[in-house]
Design a protein around this ligand. Structure first.
Ligand SMILES: [Zn+2]
Length: 207
């Protein structure tokens, strides 16, 4: 087939690129072959084909990857939310029972991090679960880790730091739980220290 292929960008966004294995920007391109007459693209010769191009590695994908990605996020959302709950419960319980004031903080953090309202029963279930002597927070997080991008990991660490700091300063037991979380999520000590410093920085607007 002759003619020339013309592509135009329909929109930009970000997605989890399977090649980059991280969140990257993409452009959704609509490409169509046109008959050329005197060097001018005139009549479309084919149906348009839409594809997604990763702007980082330039791999191209069928546009369905954006839907798959959405589904993956939805599925992952369940376990990510679960991770947020378990982390809040573990940090909250590090220094004893969770009081109503801490619960209020957790509700606020949960809503900010996950975009959904915290159901008190879910928090109660997480607290009961984490209190079990056999419960391992690192096991929960290790299972979750492959599905998390850097941004989500930072969110989880920030969640832990915020819950820990809610009572004033971060105590030894809380710091130990945070270190466990960072290690399970494969976040380095340096990165963790930066996140905590960031949290304490007065100039941080928390956005
Ligand atoms: Zn890529």
């Amino acid at each position: 087939m002759s003619g020339s292929i013309v592509g135009r960008t329909l929109h930009h966004g970000s997605f989890d690129c399977p090649v980059c294995k991280r969140t990257a920007s993409y452009q959704l391109v609509r490409s169509q072959r046109y008959a050329r007459i005197y060097g001018i693209n005139l009549v479309p010769m084919t149906e348009p084909i839409d594809y997604v191009e990763c702007l980082r590695c330039h791999s191209t994908y069928d546009r369905s990857i954006l839907e798959v990605d959405g589904d993956a996020h939805a599925r992952q959302g369940g376990s990510f939310k679960d991770g947020v709950l378990r982390i809040m419960a573990a940090v909250g319980l590090a220094v004893g029972e969770v009081d109503p004031c801490q619960r209020a903080t957790m509700e606020e953090i949960y809503e900010r991090v996950t975009g959904t309202v915290l159901d008190g029963r879910d928090l109660d279930a997480a607290l009961v679960d984490v209190k079990r002597s056999s419960y391992r927070l690192d096991a929960t997080l290790l299972a979750l880790e492959p599905a998390l991008n850097g941004e989500k990991k930072e969110l989880l660490i920030r969640t832990a730091v915020t819950v820990a700091a809610a009572g004033g300063s971060i105590g030894k037991q809380e710091a130990s739980v945070i270190a466990t979380i960072a290690s399970a999520l494969d976040v380095t000590h340096i990165h963790l220290a930066a996140l905590i410093a960031d949290f304490h920085a007065p100039s941080s607007d928390g956005s």
